[in-house]
Design a protein around this ligand. Sequence first.
Ligand code: NAP
Length: 435
Amino acid sequence: MRHVAVIGSGPAGYYTAEACGKQFGADVRIDILDRLPVPYGLIRTGVAPDHQSIKSVSRRYEATALTDSVRFCGNVTLGQDVAVAELLDLYDAVVLATGAPADRPLGIPGHDLPGVVGSAAFVGWYNGHPDHADLSPALSGPGAVVIGAGNVALDVARILAKSTDEFAGSDIVGHALEALDGHGIDRVTILARRGPNEIAMTPKELGEIAHLSRAVPRVDPADLPPIEADAALDPGQRKAVALLRSFSVPSAEQSITIDFDFFAAPVAIERAGDALSVVIERTRLDDHGRAIGTGETYAIPASLVVSCIGYRTPPIEGVPYDEALGRFANNDGRIAPGLYAVGWARRGPTGTIGTNRPDGFLIAEHIAADIGQGSGKAGRDGLDSLLASRGVDLVTFQGWQAIERAEVANARLGAPREKFTRVDAMLAARTDLPG
Ligand code: NAP
């Protein structure tokens, strides 16, 4: 028998479990540990609440979770309840699928002022992550500035711009819906430090902001490159840029504008009273396509600044770490004998949810090549004894299903669920209902 521990129950974790199940059949036991009592990581608290079709992939993970060889072990914190070294003693393979839940630092003066938040916190807030449920973002307006030209920036701009009615059918948490309802923001500025051809936004997501009931996207035609340059773009990027071109054509006024500000690098954030001011330097592209400051600056006022410039994997004591790349140091997923990284913890915060599937299969192949038939380790029995001796209240998949039933029962009209945003409430729901 082979024993595999996967740390993190997001897409990378579940795809790894699925792949190990396919690789080893009945000759493997896979424990998926998560510090929260609820599974699915980014699907639950990262993917936008109005993107339910993306979230529905969790049904696939559920099928994996319900196979005999796989067990969900929620409410178990690595480094607190159990150490990596202990897991390596108990399991033939330990796979770190811990994602990249920390914001890349903006690193400009004023980045830590009240009203300035990272996308991990802001997205976690509207998605009900227990770490961020108390965020209380400054929504008084009139302006909000969103830094970055990726899909997370678009998610944040769209969530700020949508009307309450447009959240029908989403699983946005009640506290966020209430705070967003009637907020004072009438202008969301997306700051892109490079140009339209360099955006990291995809057409489907860009298309969505063109169809909002109370908001209109705007692009300054002067920022658009000559149309002849579009031919050199790959088809997806060309489509995205065509959408930006369409946003430069004047359209009917709406109560909220989503302004794309290209060639605009934030250099400082200042605060006077309740108001923030984002100081921006105009940029141009150098021969390598990098943004270079031109020395020309201007400022945009805002109550809220959300930095959406990418993420980092938090280090774990004793695990080799690549500071520059913000993820575990690894060779194609191998970190050290018996220790692996997968998903964003392996390759950084890029790609779609589905990108993690081949990642999981790659790691399963490495594990198969490295551990043979397994070496008679204690596996889950050993983990259970250790956690019991430490009084850890482990939540199984059945426990999660009880929590989920309670969330579905608590749903607002039209919403698929009302998520618990506190760990104690999750644990109470687990025990209050039969598992
Ligand atoms: P991303 O795609 O890497 O975009 C990050 C953006 O931040 C880039 O435009 C980057 O500009 C900019 N940036 C980085 N450092 C900056 C700085 N110091 N100052 C100003 N701007 C800076 O990251 P993301 O938006 O966090 O998305 C992460 C991954 O999740 C992506 O693969 C994304 O597609 C995916 N995702 C997908 C969806 C969806 O499919 N619906 C939704 C959300 C996220 P430069 O290009 O100039 O570096």
